[in-house]
Design a protein around this ligand. Structure first.
Ligand code: DC
Length: 242
């Protein structure tokens, strides 16, 4: 039976990197839900929608087509058929998406899309690993494995600076730290879908470990949890057949 791994955590905790590595090692389909929110934010910018008009921001989702594709563990996102995978990473999008993703109607529609994408893969017999801010709490609270991946703001800012350097983005450490703290505040104080640890999610702190160690730790958790669930299902089958 297929299983779902849900991972939440703040910006820069390493969810994207770890999720891709774990997916590769275990043969899971990885789904980065931030790409959906970013794609919608790009449509808002391109169409010059007034950022204080929540209704128009929400309605945009009925006018556009967002598709997430996953080929050999590489994810791409399409806005009305156009590949916008690189464009959604622009700093302007990071600013706008904080606002657009906090609107209730937007969250409801994107949550439905996330579930649809997840179920489509499950129907094909694939196991999935989905990462975001509210996957363990709202999108798939019934996921087989739930993880909250965290790191201190300073560590996350250091990582983001290294990433920016590689991508040719020039921002001082203080600017990066400031923007991380602002995003934490926005993400954690959303009226719906706020970033928080689900009571039964396993807390993993990536501040002091390297990527490989975190990957191994998460793989161990997934193997253990999916084995426990399998045993539970076998016990239920035995009980209902006896
Ligand atoms: O993970 P990211 O930085 O690419 O996410 C982009 C934005 O989308 C970020 O501001 C948080 C928001 N987001 C969200 O609210 N819920 C999710 N499940 C995923 C992302």
């Amino acid at each position: 039976m297929s299983y779902i791994v849900a991972i939440d955590g703040p910006a820069g905790a390493g969810k994207g990197t770890i999720t891709k590595l774990v997916a590769k090692d275990l043969g899971l389909v990885s789904i980065d839900t931030g790409m959906l929110y970013r794609c919608h934010a790009l449509a808002i910018l391109r169409n010059n929608i007034n950022l204080s008009n929540d209704k128009e921001i929400e309605d945009m989702l009925d006018k556009i087509k967002i598709e997430l594709k996953n080929n050999n563990n590489k994810q791409t996102v399409f806005l009305n058929g156009e590949d916008v995978t690189s464009e959604i990473r622009m700093p302007e999008i990071s600013k706008v998406v904080s606002k657009t993703s906090s609107i209730l109607g937007v969250r409801e529609k994107i949550t439905n899309l996330e579930r649809k994408i997840g179920y489509e893969w499950l129907k094909q017999g694939k196991n999935i690993i989905m990462e975001g801010r509210d996957i363990t709490t709202v999108v798939f609270p019934e996921a087989d494995v739930k993880i909250y991946l965290d790191a201190t703001p300073i560590e996350r800012a250091k990582r983001r600076c290294r990433q920016n350097k590689r991508n040719g983005i020039n921002q001082s450490f203080n600017e990066v730290l400031q923007s991380i703290m602002e995003r934490d505040k926005n993400d954690m104080n959303k009226k719906v879908g706020a970033l928080k640890k689900a009571p039964d999610a396993i807390y993993v702190d990536s501040s002091k470990s390297n990527v490989n160690k975190i990957k191994q730790k998460i793989i161990k958790i997934i193997r253990q949890k999916t084995k426990e669930n399998k045993n539970e299902n076998i016990k239920k089958d035995i009980k209902s057949n006896s």
